[in-house]
Design a protein around this ligand. Structure first.
Ligand code: UT7
Length: 322
C-alpha cells in the first residue's frame, strides 16, 4: 500500500500590514468590534505589483527547501486559489514555470476557503494511486483584490498570503483520510457574483466583490464543522483524545472555538493565526500549519486534524500523522 505524507511546509505573507486601527480611519468600525466578533487584529495585504503567483512562489520555495526536494523531484503541482493571476493559464502553470518544473500535471482547484483541504485530498489520491510521487500543494490568495474596501461588513475580515506543502509517497501514513463535501444550494450566502462567463461588462460595471450573509454563514460553519469532526473520527475509529492538534480554517475565533469544544480540544492545542493573518481563504490552513511546525509546536508523529469551510458551500477535513 502506498500512502502520502507531508515532507515539508512553507508560508509567505506580504510585508504590508493593515491593523484594525488603520481600518477605523477608512470605514465605520472599531478595533474593539473587530476583535470581539472575529479575533482579528491585523492582516497582510499584497503590494500593488504582487500577484497570487508571487505569493505562491515564495511559500512553495520554502516548502521545497524544508522537504529537501528540488524542481526535478516535483511531479504534480496543485494550487488552491479563488484569486488566480489570469483567466488562463492556471496559476499552477505560472508557478510551475517560475520554479523551473516542466512536463508534470499542474492545475488550479477552486473550493474557496476549503481549497487547500481539497487540493491535499486530490494530491493524496494521485499519490495513493501510484501514478505520482511528489506533489507541491499550495493555497494562495490575493483576496484584497476582491474585497470592497468601503464595505465594513467584509473588508475587516480578509487578508492575503500563501502556504504550501510538499507531499511525498511513503510506506505508511501520512495522510490517514480526507473528507470533501459541497452543497451548491448555498451559492448566494457567500459569493463574488461576477465572472468572465457573465461578460466583462458586468465585472467592470457592477460588483465583483465578496458579498456575505455573515450570520447565516457563521451558523452553517459551526454546525457543519461539528459534523465533519465526527465523520473524520468515525472513519478512522479514533477518539477525540487521539487528536494532538486542530488546524482549522482561520475565519473567526468564535467558529474555531466552537470546533475545538466539539473536539474537547484545549485551545493550546488549536493553531490560531487569525489574529495576525485575518481570513486568507485557501492560504489560511497551510499558513497556520507552517507557523506551528516552524515554531516547534507540531512534532513528527503527532496526529493533526485540518478542517475548512467556505463559499459554495464547500467543507472538508484531512486527518494525518505528521
Ligand atoms: O471563510 C469562509 C467562511 N466565513 C466565515 O466563516 C465568516 C462567518 N461569519 C462571521 O464570522 C460573522 O458573522 C461576522 C464576523 C462576519 C459578523 O459577526 P456577527 O456577530 O455575525 O455580526 P452581524 O453580522 O450580526 O452584525 C452585527 C452588527 C450589525 O449592526 P446592527 O444591524 O446590529 O445594528 C452590523 O451592521 O454589527 C454591525 N457591523 C459592524 N460594526 C462595526 C458589521 N460589521 C461591522 C464592523 N464594525 N466592521
Amino acid at each position: 500500500m502506498i500512502y502520502s505524507r507531508i515532507a515539508g511546509t512553507g508560508g509567505y505573507l506580504p510585508d504590508k500590514v493593515v491593523t484594525n486601527a488603520d481600518l477605523e480611519k477608512t470605514v465605520d468600525t472599531t478595533d474593539q468590534w473587530i476583535q470581539d466578533r472575529t479575533g482579528i487584529r491585523e492582516r497582510h495585504i499584497a503590494a500593488e505589483d504582487q500577484t497570487t503567483c508571487d505569493l505562491a512562489e515564495q511559500a512553495a520555495r520554502k516548502a521545497m527547501e524544508s522537504a529537501n526536494v528540488t524542481s526535478e523531484d516535483i511531479d504534480l503541482v496543485i494550487i488552491a486559489t479563488t484569486t488566480p493571476d489570469r483567466v488562463f493559464p492556471s496559476t499552477a502553470c505560472l508557478l510551475q514555470q517560475r520554479l523551473d518544473i516542466h512536463g508534470c500535471a499542474a492545475f488550479d482547484v477552486q473550493a474557496v476557503c476549503t481549497g487547500f483541504v481539497y487540493a491535499l485530498g486530490i494530491a493524496d489520491k494521485f499519490i495513493k494511486s501510484g501514478t505520482h510521487k511528489c506533489a507541491l500543494v499550495v493555497g494562495a490568495e490575493t483576496l484584497s483584490r476582491i474585497v470592497d474596501w468601503k464595505d465594513r461588513t467584509t473588508c475587516v475580515l480578509f487578508g492575503d498570503g500563501a502556504g504550501a506543502a510538499v507531499v511525498r509517497a511513503a510506506d505508511e501514513p501520512g495522510i490517514m483520510s480526507t473528507h470533501l463535501h459541497a452543497d451548491g444550494k448555498y451559492e448566494n450566502l457567500l459569493t463574488v457574483p461576477a465572472g468572465v462567463s457573465q461578460g466583462y461588462d458586468q465585472i467592470l460595471q457592477q460588483s465583483a466583490f465578496i458579498e456575505m450573509k455573515g450570520n447565516e454563514v457563521f451558523k452553517m460553519a459551526v454546525n457543519t464543522l461539528g459534523r465533519i469532526v465526527d465523520e473524520t473520527l468515525e472513519a478512522n475509529q479514533l477518539q477525540k483524545s487521539d487528536i494532538d492538534w486542530l488546524i482549522p480554517h482561520q475565519a473567526n475565533t468564535r467558529i474555531i472555538g466552537a470546533t475545538a469544544r466539539k473536539l474537547k480540544m484545549p485551545m493550546d492545542h488549536v493553531v490560531v493565526t487569525v489574529a495576525e493573518h485575518g481570513n486568507t481563504s485557501a492560504a489560511s490552513i497551510p499558513l497556520a500549519l507552517d507557523v506551528a511546525i516552524r515554531d516547534g509546536r507540531i512534532k513528527r508523529g503527532e496526529i493533526l486534524m485540518l478542517e475548512g469551510f467556505g463559499g459554495g458551500f464547500t467543507w472538508g477535513s484531512v486527518l494525518l500523522k505528521y
